[in-house]
Design a protein around this ligand. Structure first.
Ligand SMILES: [Zn+2]
Ligand SMILES: [Zn+2]
Length: 179
């Protein structure tokens, strides 16, 4: 989806506000693994600073994630924002800040590409179903958010010590002597 700026660019208006919903991923970026729930809501504005354009964009979206502690699948929400520039004189353009540059082609910008890229870079590295998620019991695997399990707190002492089979016979001999 491209955002048409032709009326804005040919007018004396200094600021153009826009908002909407991106209904699907119509870019070449592969985000199938990210489990994004469309539509992605967006709003933003483009303003003219003596010939140079500034783009400000806010997005909000939902996605499916698995909790890092209890593994339960849940719907997560995220908001992100973005600011970028378009310089008519390309000598102002600094290669090092390529992320902050947006292209105007045929008086329009590729809004989908910008939105989807922002989704990819704004996804959290860690997902918790809730702040105080209790996670899973390391012994029985029960989801402790649903209640306590019957496992002993000191489960480590219950683990049987593995005896080297070569010593097992010796131990048996000692046992016989003790009897
Ligand atoms: Zn959880
Ligand atoms: Zn347990």
């Amino acid at each position: 989806m491209r955002l048409d700026l032709s009326r804005f660019l040919s007018s004396d208006i200094e600021r153009y506000d826009f908002e909407g919903e991106l209904a699907l991923n119509d870019t070449n970026l592969d985000i199938d693994d990210l489990r994004i729930i469309f539509p992605i809501k967006y709003n933003g504005s483009i303003y003219d600073l003596t010939g140079e354009l500034v783009l400000e964009l806010n997005i909000s979206y939902d996605f499916i994630a698995n909790c890092d502690r209890c593994l339960v699948e849940f719907k997560n929400h995220r908001e992100a924002n973005y600011k970028a520039y378009n310089f008519k004189d390309s000598s102002f353009y600094d290669e090092d800040s390529i992320d902050e540059y947006f292209e105007v082609v045929n008086d329009s910008i590729d809004l989908s590409e910008i939105i989807i890229s922002l989704v990819v870079t704004s996804l959290p590295g860690k997902n918790l179903c809730k702040e105080d998620c209790k996670g899973l019991c390391p012994v029985c695997g029960k989801n402790l958010n649903e209640g306590e399990c019957d496992c002993e707190v000191e489960e480590e002492t219950e683990v049987e010590e593995k005896v080297d089979p070569r010593f097992e016979k010796l131990l048996d001999l000692f046992k016989d002597e003790e009897v």
